[in-house]
Design a protein around this ligand. Structure first.
Ligand code: AMP
Length: 211
């Protein structure tokens, strides 16, 4: 099944993707994770996008589309995929339509106030990428990763200035994709609550008939 997860930053796309990929047996492809891995490994691509990610801006379409095209051509995508964080612009959606047939677009629905609360409380283990939330999913010891014992960090793009920028970009560049995909009749609205299990159940109920 070819799925796109569409929604504002902090909506919980990555969290749902982790359970969905196991249940559906398809890879979870997060363009944000791909960029962060390139930055960590100091690749050429990583060097080009490092500043853009830190400011909360969007990587140019050309670079992003090429990276996704390469990833979708790998053999594990033959049975389908979950694309998380791509497409984020209309040109990206058009490019994707030439590469693959999108069967479902999960539209993550939650208020802007909720998004800000979620993003500003997010913390991450720098080496494993494991995420926590200071209110909703705190580590056992404040500020410390449960597994590695490392101090947790806040992503540069989860800081207030970058959050505002990311939300503006979402509203301008990405939200129009909801109508774009509605016209293709593939949008499924996922109501996101503060209870991850409830959101997970809502997700599986949505895709039940499409598996
Ligand atoms: P995410 O983890 O999905 O919030 O993505 C983190 C950052 O990676 C974004 O703020 C952008 O700078 C960059 N990024 C991820 N996906 C895309 C995309 N489809 N187009 C442009 N930039 C992207």
């Amino acid at each position: 099944m070819n799925l796109v997860f569409l929604g504002p930053p902090g909506a919980g796309k990555g969290t749902i993707a982790k359970v969905a990929k196991e249940a559906l047996g398809v890879p979870h492809i997060s363009t944000g994770d791909l960029f962060r891995a390139n930055i960590k490994n100091e690749t050429e691509l990583g060097k080009r996008v490092k500043e853009i990610l830190a400011s909360g801006g969007l990587v140019p379409d050309e670079i992003t589309i090429k990276m996704v095209e390469n990833r979708l051509s790998e053999s594990d995508c033959e049975k389908g995929y979950i694309l998380d964080g791509f497409p984020r612009t209309i040109p990206q959606a058009e490019a994707l339509s030439k590469m693959s047939n999108v069967e479902g677009v999960i539209n993550f629905v939650l208020s802007e106030e909720e998004i800000i609360k979620r993003l500003s409380g997010r913390r991450m283990c720098p080496s494993t990428g494991r995420t926590y939330h200071i209110l909703f999913n705190p580590p056992k010891v404040e500020g410390i990763d449960d597994e590695t014992g490392e101090p947790l960090i806040q992503r540069d793009d989860d800081k207030p200035e970058a959050i505002r920028h990311r939300l503006e970009l979402y509203n301008e560049a990405t939200a129009p994709l909801i109508d774009y995909y509605k016209a293709k009749d593939v949008v499924l609205d996922l109501i996101c609550t503060n209870d991850p299990k409830e959101t997970e159940d809502n997700f599986f109920a949505l895709i039940k008939d499409r598996k």
